[in-house]
Design a protein around this ligand. Sequence first.
Ligand code: ADP
Length: 613
Amino acid sequence: MSIADRRTPEPGDGLSWVDTSTQLVLDLIAQGVTELAGFEVAAISVARGHDLEVVAVSGNESARAQLEGSRTPLAMTVELIELAESWGTLKFVPHEMSVPHLSNNDWVPDFTPLAGPDAWYPEDMLFAPILDTSGQLRGIVAVDLPRDGRRPGPEQRRTLERYALQAGRAVLTALDRERLADQMAMATHARNVVRKASRELSLDRLLVECQSELVAGFRAMGMWIHTLDDDTAAGAGSMFSERDVEITLPPQLVSLSNLNARRAWAERRADVISAHQVQGRDLTTAEAEAVLDFLATLGIASILFVPLGQGSRCLGAMVLTRGFEDPEWTEAETSVALDVGSDLGHAISHAQAFAREQQLVRELQEVDSYKSELVATLSHELKTPLTSILGNLELLEDMTDLPEDGQRSLAAIDRSAHRIMRVVDDLMLLAKVEDPVQGMNVRPVDIGAIVDDVVELNDVGVHRRRLAISVRRPAHPVLAAGDADDIDRVIANIISNATKYTKDGGRIVITVEQIGAEVVFTCSDNGIGIAEGDLPLLFREFFRSTNPSALSVPGTGLGLAIVERIVTRHGGRVDVTSRRGVGSTFRVVLPAANPGPRQGPGALVQPVAEHSA
Ligand code: ADP
């Protein structure tokens, strides 16, 4: 026996022979050969990568010790088969045929041959190749040391051929099973990659993340994904092929692909399209030929066409390709691919929804900025003629010779014009502060000082209406980081509202303090309060309360909208607590200019001013 060449297996050569039931079958076959076919030694080898590995040896101990696990390059055996004499399916290499390069490390029994032309020689080799359906060498059954010392006769050869046939079947089945298990493991791995990648929100990124794993996992030559962008059969969709590979489907194949994807998704089936397997699908012969012709131009022999979808909606197709030398697609692969199709469908639908959402946000932002521009332009346009109206009104009011009716009309016009002016001013300010940064001059702003100024400005009204305003703040400045004009506007609006919506004789308490990295301004009144249902709407433009006593007080409904915009663009927050008939508390929190340690409010806050009638 001289076809085994001992060498250590290398990593990646192939998997070790793990299937114990197959091992048992092969051991039994090898044993059968030695017991019944009249040979002392039988060895069964299996293709592993580029080698043949001996996996079962029966008989002679020294042969077993040397042969088991040893490897021979496959190419060497292929060469031997060509040189050998063919005895039906058996191959015989007689000793007189010198094959010197094969004889170095071989197990060659040590005995003296008998006399005669049919005597068996130590260098004689007899084996049966195991070929798969495509004629590839997948293993061999080799024998040595005939018990009678002679080359086998016809009867013995037939027995040997029977055993070789059995061994061949067992080897091919085991190899197939092993290959399938291996493929399933890879395809399942690819599926897991797709599942992980499903968190990607952009379709491009999602496919970049999993394309190469899918190609490797399905042992494909390449792949592409074709998405349907709408529900019409003619939806052009998008094509995502592997990096550096540009795939452009001709238009008739695009609609064919769309149609087939929809049908395949509805039936939850993946299609193999190759020269051998196109029958039974929805394609006509002409269509199938057109597909195969197109694929051939790309060097593709077969495709696994996998529909992608979610629920009842087909989203496109994934096409895995194989070349002319590659194996056919197995049922197991087809079924895992279908699962991948639904995982991918899920991820694609997620990514598409995200893209739509982003688009909507962009559109809304555009509409919003258009609205702000419109408001800004309009209020500017109104401002100039209004200023002229108010100026001329003043002139008219100075004319003392106007009849009383005329004076009353003038006063009414004046009130309305001032009201329009207030709305225009507020609209202009709202448009300005809607921009997150425009016109901001951020520096340390002393909130306590601003509160004092605002309270002083309201002084006349406060005295007239017998309101009690108390301000509690530390003696030292409480500095917020912000724009002084903006913050002045916030505090003025809130204090002015407290005075507007508190009945005569009411009380307003204002506090200013720094808590950690924040400056907190609160304004509490015991005024008319706000109905619970109005609270969520309070900061909307033009919102005015449903409370009739609030409505009787003049206002534009823009003050709190301005407050909210300003506070937001400072990175702060504003909130309100209120009860109808009891009072309201507005609280504004702004970032402090000097973030200090957290202070208990009681330690720093002390009343420093009390304004009351
Ligand atoms: P307005 O110009 O109407 O005062 P705002 O935007 O400043 O507009 O306020 C919106 C509404 O919130 C007011 O119309 C009023 O009903 C209610 N509101 C604001 N502040 C108070 C408060 N301190 N007490 C009761 N209601 C208030």
